[in-house]
Design a protein around this ligand. Structure first.
Ligand code: ZN
Length: 238
């Protein structure tokens, strides 16, 4: 472990072209549960799996139930960026980190001070009308407990990518370019089983692919450095 962290530290010191790609594990250390992890209480409260509730079809058919889930499972009060978010923001300010590409929708990288953040799945801190696309402040979807509606009659929705929806092409294109040209690619807090994570890694052409994850991933054998540890812990030491 010590040796691995020393190696990562050296690679970071030598580089000014690092890209970080992160998943749910980066936020769980801030106390945000991964909505995919269905706990024992889940079935008592919800008739459908999260992937169903967070789908486009479901949102359109049953916005009441969608928002019940949104308010209870997606909106988490009082969360703060953790050591990983903060160190990444610092690395950007130091001119070492080019961008953070994240699958998370919680805005914690920006809260930590990161500026170049590519949100593959959007953000619950932005809202717009599904019908006329008028933009609304995030409080309209994240506070209260009813379905927020626009003056036009449409339902106001979070600017997140629901299941069945395509990723934003511009965000995807920028992410591919960053990964393709990165010197060091650090991937953290993702098991790399969920689209599009696995596909994006294939664009990396360098020889410093770093995986930081608590458990093993299908890409461990392809990585140049694998650190099985908590991401916050690793980033507090580099
Ligand atoms: Zn509208």
């Amino acid at each position: 472990m010590e040796e691995k962290i020393a190696k990562l530290k050296a690679w970071i010191e030598e580089s000014d072209n690092i890209v970080f790609f992160g998943g749910a594990g980066v936020s769980t250390e801030s106390g945000i549960p991964d909505f995919r992890s269905v706990d024992g209480l889940y079935n008592q409260k919800w008739k459908y799996p999260p992937e169903t509730i967070l789908s486009r079809t479901f949102f359109e058919r049953d916005p009441e139930e969608y928002y019940r889930f949104h308010h209870e499972k997606l909106v988490i009060d009082g969360v703060k960026p953790n050591r990983a978010h903060l160190r990444l923001a610092e690395l950007e300010r130091e001119g070492k980190l080019k961008a953070v590409i994240t699958q998370n929708i919680d805005g914690l990288h920006q809260a930590a001070g990161s500026e170049n953040v590519l949100e593959l799945h959007g953000s619950i801190l932005r809202a717009y009308c599904a019908k006329c696309r008028k933009i609304y402040p995030e409080s309209i979807i994240n506070k209260g407990n009813s379905v927020p509606r626009c003056g036009c009659g449409g339902v106001i929705r979070p600017d997140i990518v629901l299941y069945e929806e395509q990723l934003d092409e511009d965000v995807l294109y920028k992410s591919v370019n960053l990964i393709r040209n990165a010197d060091v690619l650090i991937i953290g807090g993702t098991s790399l089983n969920v689209y599009p994570a696995a596909g994006l890694i294939n664009y990396y052409r360098g020889n410093k692919l770093v995986l930081v994850n608590l458990s093993r991933t299908p890409y461990d054998s392809e990585a140049d450095l694998v650190i099985n540890a908590k991401i916050g812990e690793v980033f507090s030491r580099i």
